[in-house]
Design a protein. Structure first.
Lengths: 114, 116
């Protein structure tokens, strides 16, 4: 079964700390992987998209890596801020040809304390 | 530019009634997706439209659920004879698609459905 797992389910850190969120997937034959942010009661905001052929993507303080052989992706957040508090979701588009649908992890809820 | 919009933002309905949820994708996006987010289940794929191709309906939980996309733009998700377990937030997303490549998906704010 194609699944996505995120650990930890929740994380609390002091402001300014660098942190890593983990995502693992069960099948290395992925099309792409996308990281999202979700604020309470809101929709999803796309953060980074990594294609199957890529190893990492960067946007500002965010860096996402992809290791297909080990079935893992990490989202690195540098110099965390209280405004980074949200739920972070990892989603995988499985398959060698694009099927369109994303399989989501359960998310990591991040709290950054001032 | 305008993002993905969904209506209504909230819908309360009685068990057994039919509901229709609407999604307006980003202009020019040929791919459109419906997902459902419920407590305990996380985010689940429902259905995917890509241009004029037959939709991928593999995520629809029962035959009470259906969706259509008219004119390659607006989409409507219909739930017939609603049940309490249908209560969830229904999210719509759209993306570009060129030369068989699907780009990142952009999500709307969702419709919160409550079945009483």
């Amino acid at each position: 079964k194609q699944e996505v797992t995120q650990i930890p389910a929740a994380l609390s850190v002091p402001e300014g700390e660098n942190l890593v969120l983990n995502c693992s997937f069960t099948d290395s034959a992925i099309y792409n992987l996308q990281w999202f942010r979700q604020d309470p009661g809101k929709g999803l905001t796309s953060l980074l998209l990594i294609q199957s052929s890529q190893r990492e993507q960067t946007s500002g303080r965010l860096n996402a890596s992809l290791d297909k052989s080990s079935g893992r992706s990490t989202l690195y957040i540098a110099a965390s801020q209280p405004g980074d508090s949200a739920t972070y979701l990892c989603a995988v588009n499985y398959g060698s040809s694009n099927t369109g649908k994303l399989i989501f992890g359960q998310g990591t809820t991040l709290q950054v304390k001032p | 530019g305008a993002g993905v919009s969904q209506s209504p933002s909230n819908k309360v309905t009685e068990k057994g009634k039919d509901v229709e949820l609407r999604c307006d994708p980003i202009s020019g996006h040929t791919a459109l997706y419906w997902y459902r987010q419920s407590l305990g289940q996380g985010l689940e794929f429902l259905i995917y439209f890509q241009g004029n191709s037959a939709p991928d309906k593999s995520g629809l939980p029962s035959d009470r659920f259906s969706a259509e996309r008219t004119g390659g733009s607006v989409s409507t998700l219909t739930i017939q004879r609603t049940q309490q377990e249908d209560s969830a937030v229904y999210l719509c997303a759209s993306s570009l698609s060129s030369s068989g490549i699907i780009h990142e998906q952009y999500f709307g704010p969702g419709t919160r459905l409550t079945v009483t």
